[in-house]
Ligand binder design. Structure first.
Ligand code: ADE
Ligand code: SF4
Length: 361
């Protein structure tokens, strides 16, 4: 316990000398705290400053925010993004008007009943504006605490947030809870920054387990990325003489307007593919000259992954005194045969590189 008293005392001393001069820290009010903390979710401090000042001029208090047309609130928010935050502020203001006499309630539990106010914002308003001993834990606080205690925590993770909330509760000084919460915010923003923190100038490096272990750059843990959904395709390159069947992708969506070969969902064996080609392209067995495997390929997009199996299907020209385009039946194909020479200049997605490299070689 003694240690945590020293830790908070050092942080508060550091904060007294280094606190950032931010507009919501002058004349601290519950309303201004609510607005600034809401703006600061997902948006950087420097961006928020002018928005905060303008918003408080337009809507200086809960009655004016309650009474404003929602369009005006959106207008004041324009450029900050996440517009539901703006709509929630007005809903919250109206809730305060109806249920709490036109002011923010002065305790954590009532604050939590207001639309758009979650544990972080409730804790921030309670501690910063009302001096109540409540933690206010966001991703930055998780970063600082995971380092101070060398804990394998993850930002944006509910379990880590609960763990840090408990830790903050243990070190939070009753008499200066707001300043303590803000000292962590400032330390996280200016010293204990993401990536490589500035431990050399850190006031609490003597207490910091991650620093003592040399693990400050490894904490907090990176969120394990969810594996992207996988889509499988059988890519079919129909080759007739010196021409290839090519179609254009739709003008919206993934890889819009780019050219590609025919394909089927799923990874098909040559036998399965042959059956589908008979069905969809009205090909007779004699017309399918050969089906050559071009192997597997994968392509990782930002949000999905393609796994592909490619085949080169050579079509015999049985009756080559008449030009006979394929008679498509069930498969809704809208492509054409292009000479390889011409097709080289068409824009194919690099996702198909493994196959374009073979046929355009
Ligand atoms: N980020 C979130 N809340 C903040 C605050 N009150 N001061 C500085 N940065 C913050
Ligand atoms: Fe963060 Fe380094 Fe200070 Fe530890 S010593 S709290 S890692 S800045």
């Amino acid at each position: 316990m003694a240690n945590s008293v020293v830790l908070s005392a050092i942080l508060l001393d550091w904060f007294d000398q280094n606190r950032r001069d931010l507009p919501w820290r002058k004349d601290r009010t519950a309303y201004g705290t609510w607005i600034s903390e809401t703006m600061l979710q997902q948006t950087r401090v420097n961006t928020v400053i002018p928005y905060f000042e303008r918003f408080l001029e337009m809507f200086p208090d809960i009655p004016s925010l309650s009474a404003a047309p929602l369009e005006d609130v959106y207008k004041a928010w324009e450029g900050l993004g996440y517009y539901s935050r703006a709509a929630n502020l007005q809903k919250g203001a109206r809730c305060c008007t109806e249920q709490f006499g036109g002011a923010l309630p002065q305790n954590y539990n009532d604050l939590m009943t207001i639309q758009g106010i979650g544990p972080y914002t409730a804790g921030a308003i309670a501690s910063l504006a009302f001096g109540l001993p409540e933690p206010a834990v966001d991703g930055n606080v998780i970063r600082v605490f995971s380092r101070l205690y060398a804990l394998p925590l993850t930002q944006q993770d509910e379990k880590s947030k609960r763990e840090v909330t408990d830790l903050v509760r243990r070190v939070l000084p009753e008499d200066r809870s707001g300043d303590f919460n803000e000292s962590i915010m400032d330390l996280g923003a200016t010293v204990c920054i993401p990536g490589c923190p500035a431990c050399g100038i850190c006031p609490v490096s003597n207490f910091c387990q991650a620093f003592l272990l040399g693990k400050q750059s490894e904490l907090p843990l990176k969120k394990a990325k969810k594996p992207s959904p996988v889509f499988t395709y059988t890519i079919v390159i129909l080759k007739k003489g010196n021409t290839l069947f090519i179609r254009q992708r739709p003008d919206t969506g993934l890889l819009a307007n780019l050219f590609e070969f025919s394909s089927y969902p799923g990874l098909l064996h040559p036998g399965e593919l042959q059956t589908l080609l008979f069905r969809d392209f009205n090909l007779s067995p004699q017309e399918i000259g050969s089906i050559t495997s071009l192997g597997e390929a994968t392509h990782v997009f930002s949000h999905i992954k393609w796994e592909m199996e490619g085949y080169l299907v050579e079509i015999n020209e049985i009756n080559d005194d008449i030009y006979s385009p394929l008679q498509f039946s069930e498969k809704e194909e809208t492509g054409n045969f292009y000479t390889i020479h011409y097709a080289r200049k068409m824009a194919f997605p690099s996702a198909l590189k493994a196959y374009t490299a073979v046929v355009f070689r």
